[in-house]
Design a protein. Sequence first.
Length: 526
Amino acid sequence: MTKSCKDYIKMNVITLCLLAVAMARSTNGGLPPPERPYKILMLLPAASKSHKNVFMAFSEALADRGHKVVILSGLPQSSKHPNVLEINHEMPYMGDASKSVFEKGKSVGGGLGTFAITLPAMAREMYKVPSVKQLYEKRREFDIIIVNHMFNEIAYPFVHKLPFITVATPGMDARQSAILGNVLNPSYAPNLLGSYPHPLSVWQRIKNTFMHIFIPFFWRNWAVVPLIQKEISAQFPDLPPLLDLERNQSLTLINSHFSITTPVPLLPSQVEVGAMHCRPVKPLPQDLESWLIGAGSEGVIYFSLGSVTRGESMPPEYIKTFLEAFRRLPQRVLWKYEGELKDAPDNVRISSWLPQQDILGHNNVKVFISHGGLLSLQESIYHAVPLLVLPIFGDQPRNGMFVKDSGLGHMLVWEELSADRIVNALTDIISNPKYKRNVAKMSASLRDQLTTPQERAVFWTEYVIRHRGSPQLRCPAAQLSWVEFLMLDVVGLLLLLLLLLLLLIHRLLKAVSTALFNSNAKKKKD
Ligand SMILES: *[C@@H]1O[C@H](CO)[C@@H](O)[C@H](O)[C@H]1NC(C)=O
């Protein structure tokens, strides 16, 4: 073979390889190319790491399409994509919140109360941060703005008179659904902090109805938004109220999927993109791989309380209980733990960072001990690993109840934690095949979709841009007052009419009876 011929073949092989890599990388294979690269602004100034993880998967799917994405958050850069630019406002508030997560769980409203302090403070300072101010001034250059719905009312000055969409990072949130005009029925739809096995008993429906009303009232009218509004109004006196701006969203992408939650009716403007961040496994570092294999047929227990809860913030008595339990188990335990662990038995390996999805996707991992954060739950279901959930705060108790009710594993509460309980729960999950069977079934349903969640997120974002805010998606119910929506005026008028009718009939009967009586009396007289 001549040299040039060899080079030619080599070149073609390289091109083919690059093409294959590009195709494997692209999560949006089914979509036609966009009309032009768009400029997209993502606002999640008050987001935890896990909320940001949803946005990272989303931003990279958009960036793979050639769009330029700018992300404003309070967290360090985590994307290496050349089309993703991250801006960190560096205000400390969200970071501080993680210190007391074990305390948070015990406070009213699952810890929502702390936001009444941090969010107004952020609203006061954020627009003074030079990088944020600059971004705010350039906001009209973007084709679309994407806001993390939960906790981020402080970002709404950006979206005034501009098309925007929201991402419901905690999954279906009845309060957020109502903003778009889809008021969910508390007779069966879970609230943000609790879910019940179906069908709900009368008592559960009373509690659920109370929560459906209380959570929005607490957030929007009482403890949080009014305080943010005061700070924002002081800086932007001509801006419409934040809650009016919020109602002008074109679309919401919901981080849920019907196979892993209670199915509910959705509007065209509510698109499910749950488990968008889940992906097939990548190879593990060699030593970790051999350690997992080395556990033999007993297998491995993976233990992580997520990105917000750091191992060292766990009260020492809990650590002792876990170590005592692990000492009694034949499995190996891989624990995401920051700091030093004294007296750890030989079957326990700790590490401050672990590639969670690649571990969950490993054949020898039998169970995941989790705090029940939504992303961890989604990853566990996607990779078909049964769970032992120990919820700490927020929506975690709800997710724990879901795991228990769906037969995906067990839930334990921290206050009643003991080595016996841990050992019993883990042994049951590992030895009884029903948990693995249930989670594998759910996983198969979650993966069985016409389009990928990334594809849908990208398609609908581009759709809203192409259709300039897509007014055709909006449900008129979003513009109605409660009186109009519940038809209280109509019911009231009908009742009034009925009352008048009854009055009329009463009068008529009285007149007739008087006439009859009179004529009878007359006859008698005669
Ligand atoms: C509401 O949204 C539309 C389309 O997205 C936009 O054109 C309009 O200016 C927005 N209104 C306000 C008050 O922000």
